[in-house]
Design a protein around this ligand. Structure first.
Ligand code: 15L
Length: 268
């Protein structure tokens, strides 16, 4: 059984993924926040020594750790630029070849909603956060070409048991489709450097995800099932730029509430 490291394992996506993949792989879960689990290793990826420690002896890495929304440059720099570099470089030094990186729909968030984009479009980030995801894509491309490492870049929409709102009807990524695409990323024998969209088979999609299909992805879920319910509770938007572009509020906001920041008194 392959050993797979999941960084950022206490986050939303990490929690769904660890649940979906348990039993399929020997998982090593890691985060800087604590988690009560036997296979958990606490680590801060902004420190190279920690990145080297957690990446040792694994077959593949799903690198989820990072600052997950638009926010202050210093926070993004530490978590998404320095942290990403440390994990990719530590993997190289430890001889780990395969890395799955959740880039984001925000790497291409300034494409309009009336456009359908595929994996070949040039990035149009909608935020500093989006820029940091483009950095991860570029670093992976360099490490694939220069060092022969293998990368699956998943431009993730929004992982949730159900789509949250109208915008997410086009972006929804169900936990089981996430697990299916990640499994392809771990198992596929011919990945060098690939970009795919991490979304379910949504009727309202903005993506031509033929590269994922080519690799064997057959999504089970479609947000359309929830569309009537989601649209019925949708309030009219008052930000024409956010409404026009795929990235939504990330296109105009300087900060988006960060789900990773513990609420006072809730987490230690
Ligand atoms: C993302 O990249 C974020 O990590 C997530 O928190 C959501 O904001 C998502 O995009 C989205 O666009 O819905």
């Amino acid at each position: 059984m392959k050993t797979v490291l999941i960084t950022g394992a206490t986050g939303d996506i990490g929690t769904h993924l660890a649940r979906e993949l348990s039993g399929r792989y020997k998982l090593r879960l890691s985060d800087r926040r604590p988690l009560k689990a036997k296979n958990f290793v606490k680590a801060d990826i902004t420190k190279m020594a920690d990145a080297l420690r957690i990446t040792k002896g694994v077959d593949a890495i799903v690198h989820l750790a990072g600052y997950s929304v638009e926010g202050p440059w210093e926070a993004i720099l530490q978590a998404n630029i320095i942290g990403c570099y440390n994990v990719f470089e530590a993997a190289r030094r430890n001889g780990v070849k395969r890395i799955l990186f959740p880039t984001s729909n925000h790497a291409t968030g300034f494409y309009r909603r009336d456009q359908t984009i595929d994996h070949r479009v040039y990035p149009k980030p909608d935020s500093r956060y989006g820029v940091s995801k483009v950095f991860g894509e570029a670093l992976g491309s360099l490490y694939a070409d220069k060092y022969g490492m293998q990368f699956l870049m998943l431009r993730i929409g929004n992982v949730n048991p159900m789509p949250l709102d109208k915008r997410r009807l086009s972006l929804w990524f169900s936990p089981r489709d996430l697990a299916a695409l990640v499994t392809i990323g771990i198992e596929h024998p011919d990945i060098k450097f690939e970009i795919v969209y991490g979304v379910s088979g949504n009727k309202r999609t903005w993506y031509d995800n033929s590269n994922a299909v080519r690799l064997g992805y057959r999504p089970q879920d479609d947000s359309e099932e929830y569309a009537a319910e989601v649209l019925a509770r949708e309030k009219p938007g008052n930000d024409p730029i956010a409404e026009k572009y795929q990235g939504g509020i990330f296109c105009t906001a300087e900060e988006v509430p960060n789900p990773a920041v513990p609420k006072k008194g809730k987490r230690k």
